[in-house]
Design a protein around this ligand. Structure first.
Ligand SMILES: C[S@@+](CC[C@H](N)C(=O)[O-])C[C@H]1O[C@@H](n2cnc3c(N)ncnc32)[C@H](O)[C@@H]1O
Length: 235
């Protein structure tokens, strides 16, 4: 069960650069109650006892959604594709409470939820070739030049993410920040383990739900860019 208050992040200079800041935001009573009640069923504690293969046997196709926020897209995708398990992760606890509440309301059985840094999850807990897909929708844009180092889609992260995909698995990103979209395209196209499914940006897939942050981008007249890449066969 995650703590409902962010922990002290410590001194930044002695830690790797992270793609998020700890936030202290209020959790609504319904989300707090959902966390308490539903975490034992759908929550995954990422600690030294977590064994990916025990929780997700190889027969269970798992898609990792990084930065699920309030989980509105997670719930819609899970409802549309009940045979795929979505492991939804975020570092923001109140959003996970909302997601668990909605999973329960809709009677979904194919969503698991973890509160953790996706970089740690991938590097320390997910075995190579274990994921059928990774979805990263509207990652924090870190728009100022001096913040770009915090962006998730950087070469080291993409190399790590690619290694965790099964051959033929998909890495799907979307953003409403043009400058980040260009960076994503450059970084993803430079990863030797990936092939772009399209010439450049992907047409928006109609199965991808509009997310909460996407809606904000659209109302600010931002253009939405999707990028869909496939993990190449490693033989
Ligand atoms: C801009 S929000 C987008 C949320 C949602 N995907 C949407 O489109 O509405 C980005 C989310 O990514 C989460 N995040 C950032 N870095 C992360 C990381 N390293 N691991 C897990 N979640 C992360 C943030 O907490 C935040 O909820």
């Amino acid at each position: 069960m995650p703590a409902t208050q962010p922990v002290d992040v410590g001194i930044e200079s002695v830690r790797p650069i992270r793609s998020f800041h700890a936030r202290r935001s209020r959790i609504r009573p319904s989300a707090a109650a959902a966390l308490e009640r539903l975490w034992p069923t759908w929550g995954v504690d990422i600690d030294e006892n977590f064994d990916f293969r025990q929780t997700f046997p190889p027969s269970d196709p798992v898609v990792l959604e990084i930065g699920c926020g309030m989980g509105d897209a997670t719930v819609a995708m899970a409802a549309a594709d009940p045979l795929t398990t979505i492991l939804a992760v975020d570092v923001h606890t109140p959003g996970l409470g909302v997601l668990l509440r909605d999973v329960d309301r809709r009677g979904l059985k194919n969503v698991r939820v973890a509160e953790c840094d996706a970089v740690t999850l991938l590097s320390e807990h997910v075995p190579p070739g274990a994921l059928r897909g990774i979805r990263i929708y509207f990652p924090d844009p870190w728009p100022k030049q001096r913040q770009h180092k915090r962006r998730l889609i950087r070469p080291e992260f993409v190399g790590l993410a690619t290694s965790r995909l099964v051959s033929g698995g998909t890495l799907h990103c979307a953003t409403d920040w043009r400058n980040y979209a260009d960076q994503m395209l450059e970084v993803l196209e430079s990863e030797p383990g990936l092939r772009n499914n399209y010439d450049e940006f992907a047409p928006r897939p109609d199965w991808r739900p509009v997310t909460r942050f996407e809606r904000k981008g659209l109302s600010a007249d931002h253009e939405i860019k999707d990028l869909i890449f496939t993990k190449l066969d490693v033989t």
